[in-house]
Write a protein of this length. Structure first.
Lengths: 408, 408
């Protein structure tokens, strides 16, 4: 019998329109100087929808609008998204503007307003340039074409360097089920839904409430385990839409292939989360921290997040410096339960610390490992069986450059 | 009648030896390449002592030794301190070395070992170069001279740019009471006793247990309110010694001038804390964040710490960018209770946000304020009377440079 992992296949050429029923478009409306800044996802039918949002108390207007839309029937047929302006801290006018974006998109597509979600990312506190947004919404022509996918994926970026997209397929009830996602980073990224937008599409048959259960579970160990700078944005949103075109039986936790579906979603979200971490502002390296031997999974994840979030670990990776002292120090202040005498640390294939004692190792070898595009740090606490992974990136001159001059 | 504040005078020329009974020395032992790296504080008599330590679970060997010394009688007559090597994660040998440093100093001074505290700061995980430390301890000649103070203050630094010292005087029971301190930063600085060492001397008459009460109270709103990079070190220590030479009546919370003494200590610690923040690695600006109108003081401090710890706020200050959106976002994720609609933000004299709505302001004027050596950000939550202050510094290219190459 195949393991769950073996039942899920990566579709290298797949995109957000590969699941049956979805179309996209993207264009340059003028909110940003040059790059695309307005995009849309549409579905043939009202798709079952679920979302998780930023935990920041200060939430941007589009979050409010999207929550209201989904609350109505649990369905979405379109997502209108812009980059360049976050429409956050913009008061009553900002709310009005977000609702106007929603109604303009609904009118354009001839669907009810409450089938439309709104997402925005960019600068906080500036009024939305509605004179650019509204006329441009009318110019969006969603289609299931590769060119449109490229246009859409670009339209949601801010300081991101590359577009982020992934696609997986599996079989449930003998039917092919496809899932795909597009996302953007890349500053204000922290556990707990930080500045990022991720849109996931699937053709699986599953109700909104069940989608929400799966999304919430998966978010905990994927998007909530990445950090770029420890800041949590006002605009984060992960949104999933199910067109229900695949023909499987309705998925619930009682369905014998529920765990396959959850794993399909997890793989999709892990890919997007890792791409966001790799493309953190100014980043040159994706850092993956795995903590094993913790009291439980939650403690392991907590320790992994502390290590990957440490400015000192991040700069050490950037400097290709095998500074395991900073790693153990981060584990020490993570508030995870540890035994100070039993910690092992491995970077790549090289063990640097055993039972909290330094081992002899070749600095050059580890330095070479740290110069790779992906660096894996494994910490074994040796007190239990809990395990957890977190992802982040190095801290570089470019992070400072980008953020010292973001608005100028 | 004079307020407490008016009863305490800054002694501009005062140093750690201004309180009666103390001497210091410092020299270059060879742990570091060039700068002084070994220092000592001594007292004529066994001084009443108290200390607070890092909250990191991974604690360096010297912390253990110092705790053991103070536990014996609550008295210290000397502190031996080195920079360049933290003696952390150095196992049984590290512990042995820290105890050896203690006994060498005790022997040199002809005092019991348990009257000696040990403090170390520098690289984690390298064995202590005892061949350099031990012979050099014998060369230390403590004296109450300005030259010795300079030598000592330099000997405790790591990546610090400048030495940190302050002194205050007051009158208690009609007697002059003096307090002074020396400290070092400047990486791995975070609330909860982060990489820093601070040594405070006073000639006040006060028992060790009472000293501990005052120190713990004051640390909460001073050293625990500074952050450089969010990392909490393995070696932090704030240590206070009272020579009891001033002749006041023994200080306890019941003493009518107890609050004057606490304020004397608070002023001393605030000065040192602010100097540590200003001298954060790569910093060009001291950022002071004051939060008012919170539900209570604790919530205010929590919000202030979140703002001053935000990488995005720190880079914005470096870039002289009036990016109040990042300030309100940090308040929003601080977990302090806030009303999203009632937040005011002021930078310098310029109000940028009122009731969470942007005000028109001159970008150039605020940009000029942000270019000052000290920047004050005031956030008013307008929901209560709680107030709190935190200090930090901007995040610059030099922070990355220093930490990417710390060990090389």
């Amino acid at each position: 019998m195949l393991t769950i992992d073996q039942q899920i296949m990566k579709k290298e050429e797949g995109t957000i329109i590969t699941p049956a029923g979805f179309q996209v478009a993207g264009l340059h409306s003028g909110v940003k100087r040059k790059r695309n800044d307005l995009g849309i996802i549409t579905c043939d039918v009202p798709a079952n929808a679920a979302a998780v949002y930023t935990t920041n108390v200060i939430q941007a207007a589009p979050i409010k609008v999207t929550k209201e839309s989904i609350a109505k029937e649990g369905k979405l047929q379109a997502v209108i998204v812009n980059s360049g302006n976050a429409n956050a801290c913009t008061g009553k006018q900002g709310e009005k503007d977000a609702f106007l974006m929603r109604s303009a998109a609904a009118e354009q597509l001839g669907i009810p307003e409450y089938y439309v979600a709104v997402a925005s990312t960019g600068i906080i506190g500036l009024p939305m340039p509605m004179d650019k947004i509204i006329p441009s919404i009318k110019l969006l022509e969603p289609a299931a074409s590769d060119n449109n996918v490229d246009q859409f994926n670009e339209s949601i970026l801010t300081t991101d360097i590359f577009t982020k997209s992934t696609c997986y397929q599996t079989t449930i009830d003998g039917k092919t089920v496809t899932m795909a996602g597009s996302a953007k980073g890349s500053g204000m990224i922290e556990p707990n839904m930080a500045t990022m937008l991720a849109f996931v599409t699937t053709d699986a048959v599953i109700e909104s409430s069940m989608l929400q259960v799966a999304l919430k579970e998966v978010t905990e160990t994927t998007f909530n385990c990445i950090t770029v700078d420890g800041d949590t944005s006002t605009n984060d949103m992960v949104l999933i839409m199910a067109s229900e075109k695949s023909g499987n039986e309705g998925l619930t936790p009682q369905h014998r292939e529920w765990s396959v579906f959850v794993e399909l979603l997890r793989k999709t979200c892990v890919d997007l989360a890792k791409m966001i971490a790799r493309d953190g502002e100014g980043a040159t390296t994706l850092i993956e921290v795995e903590v094993n031997g913790a009291l439980n999974d939650k403690e392991a994840t907590q320790a992994a997040k502390a290590v990957v979030g440490s400015s000192l670990v991040k700069t050490a990776v950037y400097g290709a410096d095998a500074n395991w002292g900073r790693i153990i120090a981060a584990v020490g202040y993570s508030k995870a339960i540890v035994n100070a005498e039993t910690i092992d640390i491995t970077i790549g294939q090289v063990k640097l610390l055993e039972n909290s004692q330094p081992l002899a190792f070749a600095e050059e070898e580890v330095s070479e490992i740290l110069n790779n595009e992906t660096v894996k740090i494994v910490v074994d606490l040796n007190i239990g069986t809990g395990t957890g992974v977190a992802w982040g990136c190095d801290l570089t001159y470019d992070y400072v450059r980008i953020n010292a001059s973001y608005r100028s």
